[in-house]
Design a protein around this ligand. Structure first.
Ligand code: GLC
Length: 730
């Protein structure tokens, strides 16, 4: 009789084979290190930019471990051949590039895709990005950027998932899974590099590269969770940040890069510096020269030097002078080599140098279609007074006005990788594609993005008066967000708001289409214009997606993940703030508020409208008491009370009413996106675990304290149903 082997046998066999594979990697790493010279070891820790300087001889001498910004299979193959055929030890190079929101098929910026609250969709988008980037010879992306950002003056808010650690953690893990796939050695797996470690978004004044001075509790509760989630998801590398935290630059912060990252989290990948951040420690004033910088960084846990040359010029000497133990050098080399083995570069150095794939797999119709789907769901409807939207597509005439209406490049947004303006569908093109020739569509630029000329207003307002509806496409240039693009003023740049005011004064209905990389302070527009659609920078399918929403082919479902302040002066303004002893109350002078604006933000975290409406009822808890290591089930009923099918992102928040330290007024702990047709009711269900109540108490213990908690379920961070439960410490 045929014996059927138990499942446990196969599990054991599989895990053994994994162990054997891992062991073989460790053995192969160690046997390689054993025959490497100090110079060759340092070589593996050096990354050069693909610039005007010829690095081929350094590669030949084994003095380069990685190149960045080499694009295309021809060039990656050229450099790889030198490394694996002409160097002594034939160690392959790893090729890195900033694939932040797509390689050639440019997706919406990360702050936009976060508004989908759909980790599965985000993962799919990153899978496409990885497929294209690896088809172009790349092995490694400097992404996901997972920095929590509470200050929209900071231009890099565009690159992350916004202000919340819970949502940011879920999205960080989804992006890592998307990039790396299920098998690091697969030809379409792109090694992730989680950045910028850490607390880069906490820069004072929202000024890029600026000082970060936060408590350890804030560091651990707000800024670290997305990194930890990304490491748990299997990220193979991290990038340290430019900034200091409480006096220590991240490039030299051993507590961060070794004690927390490796000691507490068990990370065994490698850390790369951010550009010249190692050398910048001289500017920071914590080292006197490049050699000290190299020693401090390597000891702290930075394994690879991106572009400061401190490792290339001084690390070998530091080791030879016994100013740094060779054992620490070996550890760093081990980590880099281990990832190169894991991603299969030793077994097939040319795994991503397939010219055929490069022709076949990039900017395909399927990739564009996914980009459009993601863009549709990234759009947030901020206002729709009188149901002005969606527009009918048999409308007689439309005036499309504004500097971004027919802009071919800015919709790509910052960090657009290998994206090209020629691939972009502009807003005007998208609108025209949606309409028949019966509708008269007229375009007038009206003004520049950031200039002071109002010469174009006359033609713009004349065209508006002659049309049935005005679509004004305003916002920022792509270069006004992203790196080194902090703004001190959060309104529309230039004279764009004046243009909108002139258009509104014509008496014609105006729809504002915002194209921007950060929350904007637009109180006048919010008050006076009937319809506002936040479209961020949506990438190659921007125009089609915006037209999908404007004409109702897609009912907008996005919700913002970073608070829109009323004015620049209201910053910092985020939902999970503390109560203070005098919570803001605009009816009481002696409370924490500004005397010249209302205390609430323009649009709160989690906010977004639909062309239909939803009601929330029947909040219920499975128990009024939650015990340690237990959970309670929270349910509520969402009903579509409008006349169109739509999707609603229901959110679950908690508030710890009394604790040994002050706690945020709300903390996101769950969300669910539900599709509901008119008249239909759906029950949404959250499982709230005791562990989710944890925080750092007065003694910095990661714990839950007994006491009462409020729980909220609703459409955003300011509205919804409320209930209470008690956590019982047993
Ligand atoms: C930059 C950025 C970082 C990027 C790196 C390589 O300075 O801070 O996000 O990955 O350089 O381009």
């Amino acid at each position: 009789m045929k014996r059927i082997l138990p499942l446990s046998f196969f599990i054991l066999l599989f895990s053994n084979s994994l162990l054997i594979a891992q062991k073989s990697i460790e053995q192969r790493v160690d046997s390689l290190i054993a025959i490497m010279t100090i110079d060759e070891k340092v070589g593996q820790l050096v990354q050069f930019n693909n610039g005007p300087i010829d690095r081929t001889q350094l590669i030949r001498e084994g003095k380069a471990g990685s190149l960045l910004n080499v694009l295309g299979t021809t060039d990656t193959r050229k450099f790889q051949r030198i490394a694996v055929e002409e160097s002594r030890l034939k160690i392959p190079l790893i090729f890195g590039f900033d694939v932040i929101h797509g390689y050639r098929t440019t997706f919406p910026i990360p702050l936009a895709t976060a508004c989908t609250w759909d980790p599965g969709l985000i993962e799919k988008a990153e899978r496409v990005a990885a497929t294209e980037a690896t088809a172009a010879g790349l092995n490694w992306t400097f992404a996901p950027m997972v920095d929590i950002a509470r200050d929209p003056r900071w231009g890099r808010i565009a690159e992350g998932a916004g202000e919340d650690p819970y949502l940011g953690s879920i999205i960080a893990a989804a992006r890592v899974r998307g990039f790396q796939g299920t098998d690091l050695a697969s030809p379409t797996s792109l090694l992730a590099c989680v950045k910028h470690f850490a607390a880069y978004g906490g820069a004072e004044g929202g000024r890029d590269y600026n000082t970060v001075d936060i408590s350890e509790r804030t560091l651990r509760e707000v800024y670290l969770p997305p990194f930890r989630a990304a490491v748990k998801a299997g990220a193979g590398s991290l990038m340290c940040s430019f900034n200091e935290i409480d006096g220590t630059p991240s490039s030299g912060n051993r507590k961060l890069l070794t004690d927390i990252l490796r000691g507490e989290w068990g990370f065994d990948g490698f850390v790369v510096s951010d550009w010249g951040s190692i050398g910048e420690m001289i500017q920071h004033g914590v080292v006197a020269d490049q050699k000290q910088a190299a020693i401090l960084s390597l000891h702290a846990g930075v394994d690879m030097d991106m572009e400061s040359n401190c490792y290339a010029y001084d690390l070998a000497a530091a080791v030879k002078e016994r100013r740094l133990p060779e054992a620490e050098l070996n550890e760093a080399v081990q980590r880099v080599l281990r990832e190169k083995f894991r991603i299969g570069l030793f077994d097939n150095p040319y795994k991503n140098c397939d010219a055929e794939r490069e022709q076949r797999d990039i900017l395909t119709p399927a990739h564009r279609q996914l980009a459009r789907t993601v863009a549709d769901q990234s759009i947030v409807l901020l206002k729709n007074q009188g149901d002005l939207l969606p527009l009918k597509n048999n409308i007689r005439s439309i005036a499309v006005i504004g500097p971004l209406a027919d802009d071919q490049n800015d919709p790509l947004g910052p960090w657009s990788g290998h994206g090209r303006g020629e691939d972009v569908v502009t807003v005007l093109q998208g609108i025209k594609a949606k309409l028949s020739s019966q509708t008269k569509v007229r375009f007038v630029r009206g003004c520049g993005i950031n200039d002071s000329s109002t010469d174009g207003f006359k033609e713009a307002t004349k065209t508006a008066r002659e049309s049935d509806v005005v679509i004004a496409v305003v916002g920022e240039a792509a270069g006004m967000s992203g790196e080194a693009a902090s703004r001190s003023f959060l309104g529309l740049p230039g004279v764009q708001e004046q243009l909108v005011q002139a258009l509104e004064a014509t008496g014609k209905p105006v729809v504002i289409v915002l194209m921007n990389g950060r929350p904007l302070a637009i109180p006048w527009i919010a008050e006076h214009v009937p319809a506002i659609v936040e479209t961020w920078f949506l990438g190659v399918e921007a125009g089609n997606a915006i037209a999908d929403v404007l004409f109702g082919d897609y009912n907008p479902s996005g919700k913002i993940t970073a608070t829109f302040p009323r004015t620049t002066g209201q910053v910092p303004c985020y939902y999970n703030h503390k109560h203070t002893g005098r919570p803001a109350d605009d009816t009481v002078k002696w409370t924490s508020r500004y005397i010249d604006i209302p205390s609430i933000p323009l649009y709160p975290f989690g906010y977004g409208l639909s062309y239909t409406t939803f009601s929330y009822n029947g909040l219920a808890l499975s128990s009024g008491k939650l015990h340690s290591n237990d959970s309670i089930v929270v349910t509520a009923v969402v009903k579509n009370t409008g006349n169109r099918a739509g999707e609603e992102i229901a959110q679950l928040y908690i508030h710890d009413e009394v604790a040994s330290v002050t706690r945020p007024v709300k903390e996101l702990k769950g969300f669910e996106k539900v599709a509901v047709v008119p008249g239909e009711s759906k029950t949404i269900r959250f499982v709230l675990k005791a562990d989710q109540l944890r925080f750092y108490d007065l003694s910095m213990n990661w714990t839950v304290e007994a006491g009462k908690f409020k729980v909220f379920v609703g459409p955003n961070s300011t509205e919804g149903l409320e209930a209470e439960f008690e956590y019982v410490n047993q």
